[in-house]
Ligand binder design. Structure first.
Ligand code: ZN
Length: 164
């Protein structure tokens, strides 16, 4: 099953790539709904947010208060507010980073990495770096571990949403 999935991913990656080259010949950046210049991102984000979201940095393990969030709600991209993960899919990985077994479908993109053990996760709306996906997630669900930087996420509680 895992190999089938990998094959499908490779095939779709390949076909998208060819299509993009033939039809659009556009730069990668234009595929995102939210695009900003580096100067604009720098101005809007804190230094830590900029380093992680725009320069693919990684926060220190156990540094995010989001590790301790268990109440129902939605995690959105810090850079563009795109809803990317739900508490429902959060699990205790013991790694010190907020971990999820799956994203909100279609709201993130996976980028193939040279390292076969993981893929990079970016926000599908603004292209910002969120974290990585590893294959050592919960076996009873997806088997995937989306290891996401807390700095790249903001939490919106379902309770808060109802109060508004
Ligand atoms: Zn985003």
């Amino acid at each position: 099953m895992k190999y089938l999935l990998i094959t499908v991913l490779i095939v779709s990656f390949y076909s998208c790539h060819t299509e993009a080259q033939e039809e659009h010949k556009s730069s990668e950046i234009s595929e995102f709904e939210v695009t900003k210049s580096e100067a604009e991102w720098k101005k809007e984000l804190t230094t830590a947010e900029y380093q992680i979201l725009r320069k693919s940095g990684t926060e220190l393990s156990n540094s995010s208060p989001l590790n301790n969030i268990h109440e129902p709600g939605t995690f959105v991209c810090t850079a563009c507010e795109n809803p990317v993960y739900k508490t429902l899919n959060k699990f205790e990985s013991g790694t010190g980073w907020p971990s999820f077994d799956q994203p909100i479908q279609g709201h993130i993109k996976l980028i193939k990495s040279n390292n076969l053990n993981y893929q990079e996760v970016i926000c599908a709306k603004c292209g910002s770096h969120l974290g990585h996906v590893f294959n050592d997630g919960p076996r009873d669900t997806t088997g995937k571990r989306h290891c996401i930087n807390g700095v790249a996420l903001n939490f919106i509680s379902d309770k808060k949403k109802l109060e508004k």
